[in-house]
Design a binder for this molecule. Structure first.
Ligand code: ADP
Ligand code: GN1
Ligand code: MG
Length: 371
């Protein structure tokens, strides 16, 4: 349904902006699971070509688009000032929100939807999986740097765009509710996956307990640090710009680290059906750990560093639980392009969790090496 509305309201959305030239068209873009993203192609009067990212925000997920855009403008303005001070390229090293003709940071359409536009950071290399370990290393340095640059950002001014986003204990509770309701009668076919989650109930509380006990601090974090949420420079291979800032809010450092490991420290797609191809790669894990600690490490406490493996395991477990919950509830949260896709996604995550559990000591040793 969201898919139709995004297309339906596209012209209205385009009309809200002055793109500095003639809009030649807009095409679906990227592989995000939540928002509807389009690339807008524009020709300037001088004959140059320009591209913009137009995104219709999923307001079922992000119920306060105004607060969300306040976060994004706040964070990107803050980062831009730092880039400027360091003599960097402000058009590439942070995102910029294009204002509407009326000067607003987002548009509201007739159907009650909302969206925003960013100039494309040219010439982006956005990866769905690691092709070369160096790319993963550079992404780690960039995500670590992002966190470090925001260390003094006034966290209290940030809106919580999704409540309890990485509260794994709460994700477990939501899973239990979905299981009890079994709205689509799917539980009978996924007993092995259900048992997998139930056996890890206590794990789900480990990081939340440490936070509640004051043993881990809240920091300003990205919270969705997939490899495809970073743009790399095609020539140097270095991380240029961290994107997809909808979930920037107070969180745990280990979760940013862990979500990157979940997505990137393997060689398969998130929805791979053939689980023999889904293997946690401790070599990539090490490369990421090195890069992340090089840039973020100075600001982290010993406890935060020690618990990084928990971040990796719990972000993977939590994501698997979320995919399974969505499967049980009828695939209403994550976009699916084929039947069973959320179940396949859940299975890859659980396979990776199993692999991590089998290599738990090695993971701890790697982290220790770079602490
Ligand atoms: P979602 O929340 O749906 O994941 P993203 O914000 O990650 O949406 O955008 C989807 C894709 O669009 C990204 O993976 C990236 O390929 C591309 N993209 C988004 N913003 C930009 C940008 N400013 N410049 C270049 N590419 C972008
Ligand atoms: C979603 O929007 P996207 O595709 O970058 C999700 C993340 C999950 C991820 C799994 C707001 O990210 O939390 O880890 O899918 N984002 C939201 O691929 O729920
Ligand atoms: Mg994304």
């Amino acid at each position: 349904m969201a898919l139709c509305k995004a297309e339906e309201t596209l012209n209205e959305a385009l009309g809200a902006y002055d793109f500095g030239g003639q809009v030649a068209g807009a095409l679906r873009y990227g592989q995000g699971h939540i928002n509807d993203t389009f690339c807008v192609y524009v020709q300037t009067p001088e004959g140059d070509a320009r591209r913009f990212i137009l995104q219709r925000i999923n307001t079922d997920t992000f119920t306060d688009p105004k607060g969300l855009m306040e976060n994004i403008v706040g964070v990107t303005d803050y980062l831009r000032a730092i880039v400027e001070k360091n003599g960097g390229d402000t058009a590439r090293e942070t995102m910029t929100v294009l204002r509407t003709k009326e000067g607003a940071t987002f548009y509201a359409d007739a159907t009650g939807g909302a969206g925003r536009v960013y100039p494309v950071v040219e010439d982006p290399l956005c990866l769905q999986k690691v092709e070369d370990p160096k790319q993963f290393y550079e992404s780690a340095r960039a995500f670590g740097r992002f966190q470090q640059l925001l260390a003094d950002y006034p966290a209290a001014t940030l809106h919580e765009t999704i409540a309890k986003f990485h509260d794994t204990r709460n994700r477990f509770a939501n899973f239990e509710k979905a299981l009890a309701a079994d709205a689509c009668g799917r539980a009978k076919d996924v007993q092995a996956e259900i048992d997998f989650v139930l056996a890890r109930k206590d794990d789900c509380s480990v990081m939340v307990n440490l936070l509640e006990a004051g043993e881990l601090p809240l920091r300003v974090t990205h919270n969705d640090t997939k490899l495809n949420n970073i743009l790399l420079d095609r020539k140097t291979g270095e991380g240029v710009c961290v994107i997809d800032l909808d979930t920037v809010m107070p969180g745990l450092a280990a979760n940013d680290y862990g979500d990157s490991i979940r997505f990137g420290a393997n060689h398969s797609a998130e929805d791979e059906k053939d689980l023999s191809k889904v293997n946690f790669d401790i070599g990539l894990f090490e490369i990421y750990t090195k890069g992340f600690l090089e840039t973020a490490g100075g600001a982290l406490t010993e406890k935060e560093k020690e618990t990084l493996p928990w971040g990796a395991k719990l972000m993977t477990l939590e994501c698997g639980i979320r995919f399974l919950t969505d499967y049980l509830e009828g695939d209403h949260y994550f976009k699916v392009h084929r039947e069973g896709q959320n179940l396949d996604r859940c299975r890859t995550q659980f396979k990776l969790v199993r692999d991590m559990e089998a290599q738990w000591e090695d993971m701890a040793a790697v982290v220790k090496k770079y602490m």
